[in-house]
Design a protein around this ligand. Structure first.
Ligand SMILES: [Zn+2]
Length: 352
């Protein structure tokens, strides 16, 4: 046993034995001793509520910690999933808002105020309310858009031509300062009194979700870790996955290159064609999809079986044999189980 003057005791024999068995991290691609790797959960513990067995061991402690700090902790507190942690009682509501900075929530198409920006208040009673925002309405077409304060002041003069401007003041929040700023920008703007909007937000509201790069990295990491679990570490270490690896680990690249679609597509057979949705599940699937000239590896990540994030892991001319896989995590009963995949979603056009 050797004692470093300022460090912990290191058993050198054990260290060298360990280093014979170096392992490559799927994010930084550095070879390191096995002791530098710990469990990295596929669905983060923050959204599962228990230390489950659905994890990989190919992420080094350094990357694991860095990603936790860079986006995982934040997203676990500011995403639609953060909100669902409260409604599903995985976490008890804390003070402060849980949505609005990283993830944009808007009212869906078939609601009284399509496109209106929403925020969730964890207390009291997990209410959704409109954010403080600016509404612009086209005088001729009636077309309505909603902007956060920051986005509104980025608009050009052309964007505001022929538009009526309203400041939406949610209950319990003052819009005085925002109105004054709007008046400064648009001298013709006449703030009228009583613009506070009482909007009842239905419980099962159809929401439009848009995400920022940090949130995209959160969902892409679930996809990359799942690919490592199913296809193996060597598959994920291949050069074809360098772009998504760099995006998840360092934030390099455009989020739309990786999260290619966000929707509410049902993934379970019993949910096809019915509005009923199995509760208490996180779902993830992996498949090759044919496109002109090749295939793309398509992961569907669906935490809380709510919003489905479609992640493009890589493109290739020739896919590997492992083509179709899915898993569910039942956090209510603390079970992890493979999904029976729909034959219809199997790639029917695998190369000969
Ligand atoms: Zn690493």
């Amino acid at each position: 046993m050797v004692k470093h003057p300022k460090g912990p005791e290191i058993d050198l024999a054990e260290f060298f034995a360990d280093s014979q068995n170096l392992r490559c991290c799927v994010y930084c691609r550095l070879f390191q001793p096995r002791s530098m790797f710990n469990r990295d959960h596929i669905f983060q513990q923050q959204i599962c509520g228990w230390d489950h067995e659905f994890h990989v061991d190919c992420v080094c402690t350094h990357c694991n910690g860095a990603m936790n700090e860079a986006f995982e902790n934040e997203i676990a507190n500011d995403s639609i999933e953060a909100y669902l942690r409260y409604t599903n009682r995985i976490k008890t509501p804390a003070s402060g808002k849980v949505l609005g900075r990283r993830v944009r929530l808007r009212m869906g198409k078939d609601t009284p105020y399509p496109g209106m920006l929403l925020e969730a208040l964890p207390k009291p009673g997990l209410a959704m309310r409109p954010m403080l925002q600016v509404e612009t309405r086209h005088r001729d077409t009636g077309d309505v858009c909603y902007y956060t304060e920051g986005d509104f002041f980025k608009l050009g003069d052309d964007d505001l031509k022929s538009r009526e401007i309203h400041v939406i003041e949610p209950e319990g929040k003052s819009a005085t300062r925002l109105r004054a700023r709007v008046m400064e920008r648009i001298p013709s703007y006449q703030p009228s009194k009583g613009q506070a909007v009482t909007v009842r937000v239905p419980k099962d509201i159809a929401m439009l979700v848009t995400i920022d790069p940090a949130a995209a990295r959160f969902y892409c990491k679930i996809a990359v870790n799942y690919a490592a679990k199913i296809m193996g570490r060597d598959f994920v270490l291949a050069a074809g996955l360098n772009r998504i690896r760099d995006f998840v680990r360092y934030g390099n690249g455009q989020l739309t290159d990786f999260v290619v679609r966000i929707d509410q597509e049902p993934l379970l057979l019993e949910e096809k064609g019915t509005p009923r949705r199995a509760r208490g599940l996180h779902l993830v699937t992996l498949q090759w999809d044919g496109v002109p000239g090749g295939y793309w590896l398509h992961a569907k990540v669906k935490p809380f079986n709510e919003t489905c994030y479609h992640v493009q892991l890589c493109k290739t001319a020739q896919p590997t044999a492992i083509a179709l896989s899915g898993h569910g995590v039942n956090w209510k009963e603390q079970l992890v189980f493979p999904l029976e995949m729909l034959p219809s979603s199997a790639p029917t056009n695998l190369a000969p």
